[in-house]
Design a binder for this molecule. Structure first.
Ligand SMILES: [Zn+2]
Length: 347
């Protein structure tokens, strides 16, 4: 009997890799979460390869088994979506043409929609691309669906020479980009437009800072560095922070709250009022809020994320300043917009 199993994570990574090559070969730039995840995944893949090299009895197919060699399980990280940038419309059209051809070949269904850009001016066109593939389909099996999400920005101003993240980086781990060095070849490098002091540093200082950021990233740590001061900045900051809180591998280190791993604390959650020792809520990660230095309060991470998303979506406006503000569970101001000041990239 011929047996063929489908590994969805592996398929998804391959699907993204094919599109990644198309972007690169059409002179596009990839930025954001995909670059960050590739930095982490390649580091841990190397650790796995080193381990595997000394174990000739083990099959390499164990690579996708997360329970196997858990020390390097971030090797199987798959990006949730893809952020791409083209410096001109011709390159983006040529990319879409290749993508269309690829989708026809693999029966992909593609939807492209125009979007309005928050916090950017008229210099960019923003499109969202969603692609659906069905893989592993046979006469008696419907197969599985794979969804690919792409955010595409296109430069609309020929006089503008800028690259992602367009002097508007949100986290220190998102300042790296992938760009072409030759056909089918790319490099991961620091962006020239991070918007932080890195952009003007000498090569020596820049290398030192970059090494620190990468070391922290491998350890699962990052800083929130978004420094855009506008009336709705607290709303945008909240959205970015909520997205990062969803990432199980990365903790934000410079905010007024911090994530702590579960520890034996005989205390109650500030939100749901359940004890941290209660059986069904045991082992959950916790959040410590430090808006009041003298009385930090603790809560379940899941309770806090729910609370924070309600708070962010409410868009509460301060009547005096006319700015959107978030408040902690004890109604103290959060002030995400000042967090960048506590980052090593601004200190
Ligand atoms: Zn709780």
């Amino acid at each position: 009997m011929i047996r063929n199993t489908v590994n969805l994570n592996k398929e998804k990574r391959y699907a993204y890799n094919i599109i990644k090559k198309m972007v690169i070969n059409n002179d596009g730039i990839i930025y954001g979460g995909m670059v960050r995840d590739e930095i982490i995944a390649s580091h841990y893949k190397q650790k796995f390869d080193e381990y595997y090299r000394d174990k000739p009895d083990i099959k390499y197919s164990k690579f996708w088994d997360n329970d196997y060699h858990p020390e390097s399980n971030k090797r199987t990280l798959i990006p949730n979506d893809m952020d791409i940038y083209f410096n001109n419309n011709e390159s983006s059209q040529s990319f879409l043409w290749s993508l269309n051809l690829h989708n026809t070949r693999y029966n992909g269904t593609m939807y492209i929609s125009d979007c309005i850009l928050y916090s950017f001016d008229q210099n960019f066109i923003h499109k969202k691309i969603n692609i659906y593939y069905r893989i592993g389909k046979t006469f008696c099996n419907n197969g599985y669906r794979i969804k690919i999400d792409i955010d595409m920005l296109i430069n609309n101003n020929i006089n503008l020479n800028i690259e992602p993240p367009f002097n508007n980086a949100d986290f220190s781990c998102n300042i790296f980009i992938m760009s072409k060095i030759a056909m089918n070849k790319y490099e991961i490098r620091l962006s020239r437009n991070t918007g932080t002091k890195l952009d003007k540093m000498s090569i020596v200082d820049k290398t030192k800072f970059t090494t620190d950021i990468l070391t922290n990233l491998i350890d699962g740590k990052t800083e929130f560095i978004r420094n855009i001061q506008s009336d709705d900045s607290e709303y945008m900051n909240g959205m970015r922070i909520l997205k990062m809180l969803n990432n199980p591998f990365i903790k934000i280190t410079n905010l007024l709250f911090k994530e702590i791993d579960y520890e034996k604390i005989d205390n109650i959650c500030d939100i749901c009022q359940c004890s941290f020792m209660e059986d069904d809520k045991k082992n959950q990660p916790l959040i410590k809020i430090m808006t009041n230095k003298h009385a930090p309060n603790l809560m379940h991470k899941s309770c806090f994320v729910q609370y924070l998303s309600n708070e962010v979506y409410k868009k509460n406006t301060n009547p005096t300043t006319n700015e959107i503000e978030c408040r902690c569970t004890r109604r103290n101001l959060f002030n995400f917009k000042k967090s960048y000041k506590y980052s090593s990239l601004y200190l």
